[in-house]
Design a protein around this ligand. Sequence first.
Ligand code: ADP
Length: 647
Amino acid sequence: MIEKLKSLNKKISRNAYTILKDRYFLKDGEGNYLEDSWEQIARRISRHVSSAEINYIKDEKEIKRIEEIYFNLINSRVFLPNSPTIFNTGKAIDREVFQKNSEDMTLQDYKKIYDSRSKHNMLSACFVVPMDDSMNGIFESVKQSAMIMKYGGGVGYDFSVLRPKGSSIAGTGGKSSGPISFMHVFNTSASTIEQGGARRAAQMAVLKYNHPDVLDFIKAKKDNNGNSVLNYFNISVDIDDIEDFKNSLENDTEIKLKHDISDRKGNIKAEELLKIISENAWRSGDPGLLFLGKHNQYYAMSEHTPVSATNPCGEEPLPPFGSCNLGSIDISKLIDIIDIGNPFSDSQRLFEEIIYWCTRFLDDVIDINVYPLKEIDEISKDQRFIGLGIMGMADTLYKKEISYSSEEGRKFMANATAALAYFSHVSSSKLAKERGNFPSFEKSKYKDGFIPMPLLEDEYDEFIKEWNSKIREHFKNEAKHFKRNVQTNTIAPTGSISNIADTSSGIEPNFMLAYIRYMTDKEGKKVPLPYINNILINKLNSHLTENLEAKIIDSGTIQNIEEIDENLKKVFVTSMDIKPIDHLLAQHVIQSYLDASCSKTINMPNEITVEEVYDIYKKSFDLNIKGITIYRDGSLQTQVLTANKEK
Ligand code: ADP
């Protein structure tokens, strides 16, 4: 495997290097750089994480071999862990041990790393903290989330627990100010936290569709122009009981708004509620919808610790005090050597091997992690959540010359994700045989042959039929006895790590095929750096004249450029070239094979109507979708990317 990965080593782009320099190279206490290459980072991460192996292996040579496997996976940028693992491994630990030659490493050295861990070595991206309907509880949560965000984690909360605005407070005789007012407290707290100088904080707020304050919640970010009101929050309305909601829609009946410890009540028709949600999402992207009922349906421990929210970008549902560390495989690099998604190809063996080592890496991260709170440590080790995902989907489709919007594209996406799901679950069971089940396994649904994902119907595609049969077989037999991790796959946004890997992010189409990024040179002058998607450059080859290059950079898409071949236009689509329904169907086929969830935005053109947003939301109820986020082009002033503008 290692030799094959080495052949994939590609030179890191200027863009990626700039990001590393800005945010990822380790610095000393005075701000001096201790690193200046990706290889050094890859060594630091792999050495730090492989030192968790001392819990299982006493043979020095074997740990060195594992370090080398991790190193090659990361150095080739085939696999990247989430940002906190890249920032925080090796931090505040004696540098010497990371500078040693691999041959000179001893068991003592690995032990030294393991024993020197401190609060600086927090490696996970995703957290959910509980909320309690008391002053004490709320401010306890503020403190807990501040500790998490400080070290680079994102946090989600279920605000439904809080009594609605105007409810009586027994202790004071006064009236409660309600969940939205407390969200502002969390927002202010987040705004004061710089995550080790690396990035701004991010949070997710969830409120149930039948909470009496749901209308205030839906409008809570109404006046946000991108960077003002509740700007450290994504917000999602949780329709946990989809059947209740659909009934109300179909029969035009009212939903009862209520809260256990309040006499504030109300009624609203589902249609009206969904319209107001659609209007607000149309205006500013918020709120999204979340279907926690479905999340719990596919979560093996839902009877004991139901999930109550997701992390900020929505890909990881977790119970209170749950945490998850993520990692993503760049399939656009592997597609040159593996026939990804084809269950009958011999090259699957290499994919399986890679997925095994990535799963093991993430499982090691759980042991070596230093969690910000004791409660998080306990549940993380009790259920061992990990989120292995893929990135580079759009670039892979470009390489294969398949359109993201086509049935063929969806089949590829479904098969690639099915392969990920199957191999990562097989790996988790293999690890359980080596290291033991997750401690709560006996209480989990896996004991009864539970399958933690919906699957597409067998008739969908020949390959899918084969993956389905392998998956069913796995959960009917092996998984009843062996499972190391309660959840294994998640598709993250990979907002930063896909840039480091020079690939497209997660499962998203490219936002643009070309743009100009402005960099500031030493004299403070802005220097334009034009970028065109590499795969497009290769496909256009000698047809790419200076004139054509200018046209592509100018529009960011190739759809309106006459001289470009029609077939190429079908393949090289961007987020805005893809119809909302095709975004939704892509999410549906991918989500069919994930036990956790995925980060996906249903991008829409600026001229779309509120009714069309409403229809997309409504369609999502009947698909294998666990949550939905829409974005209408140009609806926020601080949109991250627009064609030919500064990035
Ligand atoms: P990366 O590419 O940096 O690893 P992703 O874009 O894949 O990160 O995001 C993965 C998860 O990491 C998010 O869903 C969230 O939980 C967390 N995260 C991302 N960005 C931030 C941020 N600025 N602050 C806090 N958490 C974040």
